[in-house]
Write a protein that binds this ligand. Structure first.
Ligand SMILES: NC(=O)c1ccc[n+]([C@@H]2O[C@H](COP(=O)([O-])OP(=O)(O)OC[C@H]3O[C@@H](n4cnc5c(N)ncnc54)[C@H](O)[C@@H]3O)[C@@H](O)[C@H]2O)c1
Length: 336
């Protein structure tokens, strides 16, 4: 049984609290949030204590921390927690800034404690089945990957302002998905972004709609489409064309009822958002983390994976700004 401290009691902190408590191999001991009332509310719900971040990190009886605080705190908290001997599961992205993330990676390596990054979509049963089928050779070599990732509605502009922008905050999941499926990092990134959904997002310096193309060294291509607004729900699909076939993972629908009348055929909408669509994935992600901590094995998603995806996000941010493709060399964006 591992003892766990949860840092951050916001939207995703609430999701993770549920997974920690649902797992018989982990115990949610304490929760911290700068908004102490939020920590207290969540702690009361699960019979944990509301404490400060420092108190949790310095408590030797706590084995692991789950970092679910705002993105600008992640590197500092990873460093502090690994220095204190904790195993860490940290939400994406590693940081708002690639150089800071690389420094954090070096510090965590010195401390020798395992760090996993929360790319939960790898644990979605559908996407995991695509990866298994590809790796088993069922469609030959994967050549063209197309990812659709639309949120139902944009977050508040206050969130956008601290999020690092669409490429670091939202598309980063898709960058990791492409790197994971293809088993490599891209060598070139081209991105186009626009704020067509909400002008306030544009005024905050961000985009809400984007298309990104990733080129891999051996010629494989991934195309990612992102939008902060799909009025019918959370649209999360993937299509992989291979040399001998096609793999497709569709949406999870709110129910499986199909209605057919003289007017036509109707099925349910996609599940509303990440809480609904990915709850099983968050639980499986946590199970994988606990198992790796208990067995002392490699983390299923590493800090290197987090850094790779962030490098792609920085390249995409730059590409959208300058209107040209950006190469990645030695893990860093380079403009020719
Ligand atoms: N993997 C996913 O599907 C997913 C989904 C949503 C959010 N996220 C990530 O999780 C993180 C949190 O996002 P959210 O939507 O829950 O945001 P949120 O604003 O709802 O919650 C963040 C919480 O962190 C607290 N906090 C901020 N700084 C802190 C500090 N220094 N110490 C303690 N608490 C602090 C805030 O008070 C807040 O309660 C972000 O990095 C985001 O990218 C991941």
């Amino acid at each position: 049984m591992i003892k766990v401290g949860l840092l951050g009691a916001g939207r995703i902190g609430n999701v993770h609290a549920k997974s920690i408590v649902a797992n018989p191999a982990s115990q949610l001991v304490a929760i911290a949030d700068v908004n102490h009332a939020a920590a207290e509310k969540l702690a009361n719900e699960y019979g944990a204590q509301a404490r400060t971040v420092d108190d949790i990190i310095n408590d030797r009886s706590i084995d692991a921390v789950l970092i679910a605080t705002s993105t600008d705190t992640h590197s500092d908290l990873i460093e502090a927690a690994t220095a204190a001997g904790k195993a860490v599961l940290c939400e994406k992205p590693v940081d708002l800034d690639l150089e800071r993330a690389l420094a954090c990676q070096a510090a965590a390596a010195r401390h020798g404690r395992p760090v996993m990054i929360g790319f939960n979509r790898r644990f979605d049963p559908n996407f995991a089945a695509v990866k298994r089928a590809l790796d088993a050779g069922e469609i030959g070599r994967g050549e063209l990957l197309a990812i659709t990732s639309f949120d139902p509605a944009p977050p508040p502009v206050s969130y956008i302002k601290v999020s690092g922008g669409l490429f670091r905050d939202m598309a980063i999941h898709d960058f990791d998905m492409a790197c994971w499926i293809f088993g490599a990092a891209p060598v070139e990134v081209s991105a186009v972004g626009t704020s067509i959904v909400d002008a306030a997002i544009g005024e905050a310096g961000d985009v809400d709609t984007a298309v990104i193309t990733l080129r891999f060294a051996d010629g494989r291509i991934a195309v990612i489409k992102n939008s902060r607004r799909a009025v019918y729900g959370y649209d999360q699909r993937l299509e992989l064309l291979g040399a001998t076939g096609l793999l497709q993972a569709g949406n999870m629908l709110e129910n499986t009822v199909a209605k057919t009348t003289t007017a036509g055929a109707l099925s349910a909408k996609p599940e509303f958002f990440f809480l609904e669509r990915y709850m099983r994935a968050y639980e499986a992600e946590w199970r994988a983390f606990v198992q790796a901590v208990e067995q002392g094995g490699a983390m299923p998603v590493t800090l290197q994976d987090g850094v790779n995806a962030l490098a792609v996000a920085e390249a995409a941010t730059l590409s959208a700004r300058i209107g040209r493709a950006v190469k990645l060399a030695d893990g860093r964006p380079v403009v020719a």
